[in-house]
Design a protein around this ligand. Structure first.
Ligand SMILES: [Fe+2]
Ligand SMILES: [Fe+2]
Length: 137
């Protein structure tokens, strides 16, 4: 089980909440992998994870756009690359050993997500915090 730590927060409450939900979905994936259920139950969680990642990225990109964040384009490009990789892995899961594939997806998503939050998301959060401080001063 993954614990959500205070240090993962970037200071944008909605995005922090969405990141936490992504962690929860990874935990649900763990539960379903370990519960020895039918493969369909793993596909269900992978589909939910996919849908929520999509939702979160769109939400994040809209926020960056609303604040005229200067690195929106390169940030979205990272999101797109990640989505493509996830789609590729999901196909592999369906075509092979479901549990092994799902563990691979879990490892990949967790590592990518943590790096992305701590290195890339943190930057727009800092930018927005600075900008809102200036506009309220
Ligand atoms: Fe992001
Ligand atoms: Fe994010």
């Amino acid at each position: 089980m993954l614990a959500w730590e205070h240090g993962y927060k970037i200071g944008q409450w909605e995005m922090d909440a969405e990141h936490l939900i992504l962690f929860s979905l990874l935990n649900q994936l763990d539960i379903n992998i370990n519960a020895d259920l039918a493969d369909e139950c793993i596909y269900d969680v992978l589909a939910a994870l996919d849908a929520y990642i999509d939702y979160h990225f769109a939400h994040e990109e809209a926020l960056m756009k609303a604040w005229d964040y200067p690195h929106l384009e390169s940030h979205s490009a990272l999101h797109h690359q990640f989505m493509n990789e996830i789609a590729r892995l999901r196909e592999l899961v369906k075509g092979g050993d479901t549990v092994r594939g799902a563990l691979k997806v879990r490892g990949f998503v967790l590592e990518w997500l943590l790096n992305h939050i701590m290195e890339t998301d943190v930057d727009y959060a800092r930018f927005i915090a600075e900008k809102s401080k200036k506009s309220s001063a």
